[in-house]
Write a protein of this length. Structure first.
Length: 321
């Protein structure tokens, strides 16, 4: 709060006694902002509804703002709309710290961390009745894209209750980040970081070649990831410190195992999937004596499933077709 108040007075030159209403964008300006935020509005929809369901009855409204402090989406009780509109807690208003001084949305965007600005902690006296709880929203490059805010004009909003709301706001931002991340990497396999099950937004996007091409903000913080993974992918096994395929022999063995698994142990079908002959498949299996015993001689129709003996170290099915 001290740093924000200092910026408000010295950097922005704001007058705490200013009673002018919040600045509002023109219809054309707001349309441009909303269009830019449209993917995030879609990703946040369910989380906004869920959060409002938890705090709406307590006289709160929920706002999704862009990184410049402009609310683009709102949830509120119809009976409170006129009050919140008068206060400027409405889509199209500008809540940057440079225009409104210390406030939930603007200060959160500057600090890039969750903030609670309770009543007279606001820099402008006209905002002294507000209680604002906000948390930042980041994209998969770790960049700030918006702010999620819960605001209340009720005088009975205690600091204790505001703390409970803050927990819900932070949880909602994680869900929004996770949903946006999954949408951005719909073509990839999404992995949740081991040990961070409590954080649904700690995600990594991995290709079929086991290369990490994206990481959410939470994953970046947890793993110390820098840079653009889409431009410079990293082996997922290296990133997550888990054993991976490190040789051509292991890679080929993994391909054989997947083909057998897909066909229920049917060697002929597995060979067809891989575009090789049944004999070649058998030969490749035989080359992995350290992991798989050589298949028994086939005494049945070549098109019939083949039964492959298994060892404790083998990943192949114990039974054939």
């Amino acid at each position: 709060m001290v740093a924000s108040w200092s910026r408000s007075a010295r950097l922005y030159g704001l007058d705490p006694a200013n009673r002018k209403p919040p600045h509002r964008l023109t219809a054309a300006e707001f349309a441009n902002v909303r269009e830019r935020m449209e993917p995030w509005i879609r990703a946040a929809g369910a989380s906004l509804d869920r959060l409002f369901g938890a705090v709406g009855a307590a006289g709160c409204c929920v706002l999704l703002a862009d990184s410049d402090g402009v609310p683009v989406e709102r949830r509120g009780v119809a009976g409170d709309d006129a009050t919140f509109d008068d206060w400027g807690l409405w889509p199209g208003a500008l809540w940057s710290e440079a225009t409104e001084g210390t406030n939930g949305i603007g200060t959160c965007a500057i600090e890039r961390r969750p903030v609670t600005v309770h009543r007279d902690q606001h820099f402008l006296a006209r905002n002294g009745a507000l209680g604002c709880i906000a948390a930042p929203i980041h994209d998969h490059d770790g960049e700030l894209v918006g702010v999620l805010d819960v605001s209340s004009c009720r005088t009975d909003l205690t600091a204790t209750f505001a703390g409970l709301i803050a927990l819900s706001v932070r949880e909602a931002t994680r869900r929004i980040e996770a949903e946006a991340f999954r949408r951005s990497f719909a073509h990839a396999r999404i992995l949740a970081l081991p040990g961070l099950e409590h954080n649904p937004a700690a995600l990594v996007a991995v290709t079929a070649d086991d290369l990490a091409i994206g990481a959410s903000h939470s994953a970046r913080v947890a793993l110390g990831i820098k840079g653009n993974l889409a431009k410079a992918p990293v082996p997922a096994s290296d990133l997550l410190s888990i054993p991976g395929v490190e040789s051509l022999e292991e890679a080929e063995r993994a391909v054989l195992a997947r083909a057998l698994a897909r066909t229920g142990g049917n060697v002929s079908a597995a060979a067809r999937i891989l575009g090789i002959s049944r004999a070649t498949f058998h030969r490749k299996l035989g080359h992995r004596k350290s992991a798989v015993k050589r298949p028994e001689a086939a005494t049945q129709d070549p098109a019939a499933p083949c039964r492959i003996p298994a060892t404790d170290a083998s990943p192949f099915p114990r039974d054939g077709g």
